[in-house]
Ligand binder design. Structure first.
Ligand code: NAD
Ligand code: LMR
Length: 340
């Protein structure tokens, strides 16, 4: 039952994004970190989304140029831009969705956790501003390490008295996008029609592809092939970091993934049914405080958590390895936010 629902709905999500079917034309979205490697292509894709009536672009640098450039595109979204602390309030005022790709990316040899010391403070400051200007907004966090930055955001919002666990998301969509691509290549399918739920978190062993719940039957020729593909999905971020050789991490595929996730948030917000995405949110599905599973998106953010579904023994083994890592990452984020 769970698997069927997931199969059908995740597939619908991917198809709908690719055909730009829109549901409403008056959503206010803000991107924080909009001048960066992800921020710019993401802002471009959102400017092309005709469900958005106002697009806020904020960064500590270069946003006037990004906004001027985007504003010449003949789509309905008007641009509001801000640069530096003094202009953050203006960009966030009344935003319904805030997407956060602000922060430093990895260099070869670094882990996502190595970004914690810089990015934790950035996320804290930006989420404090969300609490002040748009306390009911859906907040989608891209900034790494996602396993820890989402707990930071939650603790900040709790302190400000406006935390709603249904409204704060760690964006893991890129892991689903990659799984579809790599596994479609392996089985000879069209990647746009293949959806694989990816659960857990967003780093190394915490990324758990659930091929047994794929939208099409996936058969591996050998256990070695399954191991190889699992490893590729879990370490795909590092593949890009290495290829960029010091030039950062995934930006274009991430912008694609974040635009898909934002579009799904918009659809849910405006009452479209059966909008399903995986995202890292607070829940109680498997004994860790934050965990990504397929969720139904609705008017208030998370409408229903679809849980783990049935896992095979291989997937149960992956889950076992992920849990201690996730617990450590979550604790680190929470301790940081509680101290600050
Ligand atoms: P980037 O360095 O190209 O861009 C980051 C932008 O953030 C820059 O423009 C910078 O000026 C801005 N910034 C820094 N501090 C800020 C602040 N206080 N307020 C507003 N903006 C600020 O980096 P990128 O490649 O765009 O990556 C951004 C983040 O996204 C990194 O942490 C990276 O690890 C993460 N990421 C996550 C995923 C995911 O799947 N969740 C995928 C790829 C990258
Ligand atoms: C990714 O998965 O590509 C991102 O989390 C960036 C990274 O550091 O790998």
């Amino acid at each position: 039952m769970f698997a069927q629902f997931t199969r059908k709905s995740l597939a619908t999500t991917a198809r709908t994004f690719s055909t730009s079917s829109q549901v409403r034309q008056n959503t206010k979205v803000a991107v924080l970190g909009a001048a960066g490697g992800i921020g710019q292509p993401l802002s471009l894709l959102l400017k092309c989304n005709t469900s958005i009536s106002r697009l806020g672009v904020y960064d500590v640098a270069n946003t006037p140029g990004v906004a001027a450039d985007l504003s010449h595109i003949n789509t309905p979204a008007s641009l509001v831009h801000g640069k530096g602390d003094a202009e953050l309030d203006k960009v966030l005022k009344d935003a319904e969705i805030v997407v956060i790709p602000a922060g430093v990316p990895r260099k070869p040899g670094q882990t996502r956790d190595d970004l914690f010391n810089t990015n934790a403070g950035i996320v804290r400051t930006l989420v404090e501003a969300c609490a002040k200007n748009c306390p009911k907004a859906l907040i989608a966090i891209i900034t790494n390490p996602v396993n820890s930055t989402v707990p930071i955001a939650a603790e900040v919002l709790k302190k400000k008295g406006c935390y709603d666990p249904k409204r704060v998301f760690g964006v893991t969509t890129l892991d689903l996008v990659r799984s579809s691509t790599f596994i479609a290549e392996y089985i000879g399918a069209n990647p746009i029609d293949l959806n694989i739920p990816v659960i857990g978190g967003h780093s190394g062993v915490t990324i758990i592809p659930i091929t047994s719940q794929a939208s099409q039957k996936v058969t591996f020729k050998s256990k070695e092939d399954l191991d190889k593909l699992t490893d590729r999905i879990q370490n795909a971020g590092t593949e890009v970091v290495k290829a960029k050789a010091g030039g950062g991490s995934a930006t274009l595929s991430m912008a694609f993934a974040a635009a898909r996730f934002t579009n799904s948030l918009i659809k849910g917000l405006h009452g479209e049914k059966n909008v399903v995405e995986c995202a890292y949110v607070e829940n109680e599905v498997c004994g860790v405080k934050y965990f990504s599973t397929p969720i139904v998106l609705g008017k208030g953010g998370v409408e229903k958590n679809l849980g783990l579904g049935e896992l095979n023994d291989y997937e149960k083994g992956l889950l076992e390895k992920a849990i201690p890592e996730l617990k450590k990452d979550i604790q680190k984020g929470e301790e940081f936010a509680k101290k600050g």
